[in-house]
Unconditional design. Structure first.
Ligand code: TPP
Length: 364
């Protein structure tokens, strides 16, 4: 079993390439430009959603500021047939899986009853209950295994599952139980822990005496620590772990070491517990800045492309502002939508009952 002791980094905070004995970048120029575009647009999306919440248009928002590389690098390593189980902060993963930014806002504006249309957004779902989805992901992965969609050698058939969660979730029973099942059954699941240093105001150092990735060893799972602000390294280690999973070699735990540059959610004031000097230190390690320097130095990112991307970002921001305010209220009975894949007679009875009560209340 391969273990990786040090933090995997392929691009340092100055945008310089770092040699690594186990991983090298396999990415083309256009893929790197694509990652840069993703990160810039996802940061725009995040800034806009934060502003919309401040203007009273959203009930809440969980910012991802600083975690763009961890999310884009890992999610872009997934293949179409893979499935992501994620938390409330993974807007970058949602973006990569094709979720429209305005649809992300529906959840936070309260204009949906939480159920995604599984036919539309097949492989993505927000999760508020910390750690619970690590078990869902493992169960789903065991299902894929039982269905013969692992280790067949067919590129478009073999499937892996990503479970995204934070450092705080590593202290939850659910996550540790998921590790036991995933290891025992060699399930095709990649546990992707974004160690953003904080579980609301609780620092990681108080919750764990060892680097989180090292805990994997006790479960019989390989653990990899990666620089979570290095999009290239995040892509490569995730690609490696997903390949292992799809080919039947079992689970991996990835700890992406990063920093939450913003508030836990818009209802939190991080200045009460984060040191200004720490925030400044991590600002220097900004994931977008380092890729930008690299791309500019290599002559891949021209001024013209930058202007084009700025235009794209401003159009996205405008669309979010316009369409957020227009989001329709859901029908109360739509809470019954998307509960089961097939029609369920008992659920339909309940839907009819609710609709009858609503009609009656309107008549009175
Ligand atoms: C089971 C459960 N317990 C407690 C909470 C309250 N809660 C919401 S976010 C959070 C901290 C999570 O921290 P972490 O796992 O590091 O993820 P991050 O928010 O930093 O992305 C807690 C305790 C919850 N949502 N679910």
């Amino acid at each position: 079993m391969d273990q990786f002791d040090s933090v995997v980094q392929l691009l340092d905070s100055n945008g310089s390439v770092v040699a690594n004995s186990q991983f090298t970048s396999t990415l083309s120029q256009s893929e790197l430009l694509g990652f840069y575009r993703d990160m810039v647009l996802v940061r725009t999306l995040d800034e806009q959603a934060t502003a919309l919440q401040r203007q009273g248009e959203l009930g809440l928002w969980a910012p991802l500021l600083g975690q763009e590389a961890a999310q884009i690098g890992s999610a872009r390593a997934m293949q179409k047939q893979d499935f992501a189980f994620s938390t409330y902060r993974e807007h970058g993963v949602a973006w990569c899986r094709g979720v429209d930014p305005v649809d992300m806002l529906r959840f936070w504006r309260g204009t949906m009853h939480q159920g995604w249309d599984a036919n539309h957004y097949r492989d993505y779902g927000y999760q508020i209950i910390i750690g619970a989805h690590a078990l869902h992901a493992t169960g789903y992965a065991m299902g894929a295994q039982l269905a013969g969609r692992v280790g067949s050698g067919e590129a478009e058939k073999d499937q892996a599952v990503m479970a995204y969660f934070g450092d705080g979730a590593m202290s939850e029973g659910d996550v540790n139980e998921a590790f036991v099942f995933a290891a025992s059954y060699q399930a095709p699941v990649v546990f992707f822990c974004q160690n953003n240093q904080w579980a609301i105001s609780e620092p990681t150092r108080r919750q764990s005496r060892t680097p989180l990735a090292q805990r994997a060893v006790g479960f019989g799972i390989p653990g990899i620590r990666v620089d979570g602000n290095d999009v290239i390294a995040c892509y490569e280690v995730t690609e490696h772990a997903l390949h292992r999973a799809r080919s039947g070699q079992g689970p991996t735990l990835i700890e992406a070491v990063t920093y939450r540059m913003g508030a836990h959610t818009t209802s939190d004031d991080p200045t009460k517990y984060q040191l200004f000097s720490d925030v400044e230190l991590w600002r220097e390690r900004d994931p977008i800045k380092r890729l930008k320097i690299y791309l500019q130095t290599k002559g891949i990112l021209s001024a013209e492309l930058e202007t084009q991307l700025a235009g794209e970002a401003s159009a996205l921001a405008q669309r979010m502002r316009d369409e957020c305010r227009e989001l329709p209220d859901p029908k109360p009975s739509s809470m019954f939508d998307h509960v089961y894949a097939d029609t369920d007679i008992n659920l339909e009875k309940q839907r009819a009952e609710v609709e009858a009560i609503l009609i009656q209340s309107m008549e009175n």
